[in-house]
Design a protein around this ligand. Structure first.
Ligand code: PLZ
Length: 446
């Protein structure tokens, strides 16, 4: 890790004057469609800290959207990627291959659930991995339909926009979208009409009914689901839902795809979130945490499914870039060495404990409607006090108050009313608690 002191430091307004200057240049040069949560320009980052160009040090509860689980300058990632950079930056695996790519695929076969024969293909972004999972599932099943879920998020390319549930900001004005994509209900416990205890059984029955009656199971190539729905609001499908959907897929020859791009690689306190209910997906998509901040993604799955696409049918110029692969091997090494699954579980213990205390202090729980998530993927859903009406304004106000004090937090959710916490798994417990102190004080500003 770079030697950034692991201490919060607020020297200027946030953003400070240098960030404001850079933001003016950015506004003139960068397309308006690319947003930023907080226009604070980064100078360096590592551990649980992001240091900006004005010398402020922010506590990081975002990890660049669940990417820098090992920190943004993890020693093993920097060491291995730097050595690879010096050796060669690129050959294109489709032109002349290299060992790093193969080694990442070997690690993926070991780490992902199930002891069947597995193979992988590597790409650059999460969206690209999901697109390729669809290609592979269609080639294998010779079917076309793809089933996704309410509140799901899978990317911003044309096919993955179609797979994504939320219109604004991801889809508005960007259609027409790819065909043969069908959306069915998910077991969102907190908002399920008959209560969380019924959500798993009822939502899976509804989803299966829609698939069989409206699409025809025999037409479905793939069912794609995030085992913890990320952008949609850190929704953990109610118990029983995922196993039932996986069983239905198996019984009907449908490829079951777990999109673990946000939830994977120790984020939820296990290598993959689907392990929680003993799910063994046919295919699993990974990205984000896999490579310590370098762009890499993968599709991993049953060898016979992965081999269904003809030679030359999968790939891309940069897919499995050697520097990104070296970064991934460094990130995986770090996860094992530092037991980041254990660290993620400890983050959950600390966060849920503190958030529960905060909620208990507010009359009827105040604006905190729900506390949920697993490992270092924790969120609070904010509502108008005493109701379940989403409160996006309170969510934005809380995030703003945290930012002003030097705590970077992110929001998410279909209704924009979820505050999510995704600290690097290597964050120190003192910083974690200090961040939670800031959040607690922010409630007073509402
Ligand atoms: N699948 C489950 O979480 C990316 C995107 C934020 P890419 N999530 C963060 C934004 O506003 O763009 C994501 C994900 C899941 C797929 C993706 C897509 O991954 O690497 O952003 O393409």
């Amino acid at each position: 890790m770079s030697d950034i002191p692991q201490e919060r430091r607020v020297l200027t307004a946030i953003p400070g004057p240098k960030s404001v200057e850079l933001q003016a240049r950015r506004t003139a040069a960068v397309a308006a469609g690319v947003g930023s949560t907080l226009p604070v320009f980064t100078a360096r980052a590592g551990g649980g800290i992001i240091e900006d160009v004005d010398g402020n040090r922010l506590i990081d509860f975002g990890s660049g959207i669940a990417v820098t689980s090992v920190g943004a300058s993890a020693e093993a990632v920097v060491r291995r990627a730097s050595a690879q950079l010096a050796d060669f930056t690129h050959t294109c695996f489709m032109v002349t291959p290299y060992e790093g790519y193969v080694e990442v695929c070997e690690r993926l076969a070991e780490l992902t659930p199930g002891d069947h024969a597995k193979k992988s293909a590597l790409f650059n972004s999460g969206a690209e991995a999901v697109e390729n999972a669809v290609k592979i599932a269609r080639a294998y099943t010779k079917r076309t339909a793809v089933v996704v879920f309410d509140h799901g998020y899978h990317g911003r390319t044309n096919l993955t926009m179609a797979l994504t549930a939320k219109n604004m900001p991801y889809k508005q004005g960007f259609g027409p979208f790819a065909p043969e994509v069908y959306r069915v209900p998910v077991a969102y416990g907190y908002r399920w009409p008959t209560g969380p205890e019924n959500a798993g059984a009822e939502a899976s029955a509804q989803a299966i009914d829609e698939i069989t009656k409206q699409i025809g199971a025999q037409n479905v190539a793939a069912i794609i689901i995030e085992p913890v729905l990320g952008e949609g609001g850190f929704i953990e499908p109610a118990k029983g839902f995922l196993p039932e959907i996986a069983r239905f897929a198996k019984d009907n020859g449908i490829v079951f795809v777990a999109d673990e791009i946000q939830s994977g690689f120790c984020r939820t306190g296990q290598w993959f979130a689907c392990e929680d209910e003993g799910i063994v997906p046919d295919l699993i998509t990974t990205a984000k945490g896999i490579a310590g901040g370098l762009p890499l993604s993968a599709v991993t799955g049953r060898a016979e499914i992965m081999d269904a696409a003809h030679s030359g049918g999968l790939g891309g110029t940069y897919g499995g870039n050697p520097v990104a692969c070296a970064g991934a091997l460094g990130a995986i090494e770090t996860m094992i060495e530092l037991d980041l699954n254990g660290r993620a579980r400890r983050v959950e213990e600390v966060m849920k404990g503190r958030l529960g205390e905060m909620r208990a202090k507010l009359p009827n729980g105040g604006v905190i409607g729900d506390i949920r998530g697993r490992g270092a993927m924790i969120a609070i859903e904010l509502v108008k006090s005493g109701t379940k009406e989403p409160d996006a304004a309170a969510t934005a106000a809380l995030a703003k108050a945290c930012h002003a004090e030097g705590l970077l937090v992110l929001t998410c959710g279909t209704y924009g009313n979820v505050l999510r916490f995704l600290p690097p798994l290597v964050i120190g417990e003192d910083l974690l608690n200090e961040g939670l102190d800031i959040l607690e004080q922010a409630f007073a500003t509402l």
